[in-house]
Design a protein around this ligand. Structure first.
Ligand code: CDP
Ligand code: CDP
Length: 234
């Protein structure tokens, strides 16, 4: 039985990864996995346990005892569902409090080891679009198609502000949000373990002036092109 392809979509916050990945998966009939949700879930666990966020050994132990269930989505309305010790935390992990701390947790070795193992298991038989920061460089370096989505920090902050306002979490200025996004990008890009980086063989798509539909279509065209070439170089 032939392995089905893996599509890796990486990039900084607000580049459009989740939105576009979901649509690409729907159009191509593939499963969708949001790995950011997994780092957010562990952050939620640590914050709620009352542990200090820098207590790496204690966090590793907490994590080794926790039951983390990840249910990849297979329809566009679905998000990646995350349950910790039986509790569905899918919505809570999106809160600004979790967003503010997630990069600190995502930099820790035991956390990454455990989550990357889980991600590789979930993607083992292919047929999946996986989004995150280190998918093309580290989690699935053999992915058939790798996309690196970018946009300026200002544009990404504008998009995020719209999302926050729609959720009733406005009340933050565009300048503050831009700074927050730049800080998270900095931490994610400069950590020692699997930092946010474009893989050498990833195709960069700047989304500043592209709509969601345009980005989705571009990725789907690249997918078909790759498939025709039997995943030789694009
Ligand atoms: O949706 P947003 O871009 O805000 O972030 P996310 O994709 O939910 O990821 C949240 C955080 O998890 C990132 O800022 C990274 O610190 C971490 N992350 C990571 O380290 N590696 C991944 N593959 C995915 C996320
Ligand atoms: O997952 P990531 O943090 O990379 O971004 P997202 O949550 O998918 O997208 C952030 C916001 O930007 C969403 O509200 C998208 O609808 C919007 N977006 C956009 O306006 N234009 C694009 N080309 C891509 C995303």
């Amino acid at each position: 039985c032939q392995r089905r392809p893996v599509i890796a979509i990486d990039g900084p916050a607000g580049a459009g990864k989740s939105t576009v990945t979901r649509l690409v998966a729907e159009k191509l009939g593939l499963t969708y996995l949001d790995t950011g949700a997994m780092y957010r879930a562990v952050t939620w666990l640590v914050v709620n346990s009352g542990l200090d966020l820098s207590a790496e050994a204690a966090i590793a132990e907490l994590l080794s005892l926790a039951k983390i269930a990840i249910i990849p989505a297979d329809s566009p309305e679905n998000v990646t569902i995350v349950k910790i010790n039986g509790q569905d935390v899918t919505l809570e992990i999106r809160s600004p409090a979790i967003t503010a701390q997630v990069s600190r947790i995502a930099a820790q070795k035991a956390v990454r080891q455990q989550l990357v193992t889980l991600q590789r298991q979930l993607g083992m038989s292919g047929g999946i679009v996986v989004e995150g920061r280190d998918i093309g460089t580290n989690v699935f370096p053999e992915a058939e198609l790798k996309i690196f989505l970018t946009a300026t920090p200002e544009e990404r902050a504008r998009r995020r502000l719209k999302d926050l306002e729609a959720q009733g979490n406005g009340g933050i200025s565009l300048t503050e949000l831009t700074q927050e996004i730049e800080k998270r990008d900095y931490l994610d890009s400069n950590r020692s373990l699997a930092p946010l980086r474009k893989a050498a063989d990833a195709i960069e798509v700047n989304t500043d002036n592209l709509s969601i539909t345009e980005v989705t279509e571009k990725i789907i065209a690249l997918y078909h092109q790759g498939e025709e070439n039997q995943w030789g170089s694009l």
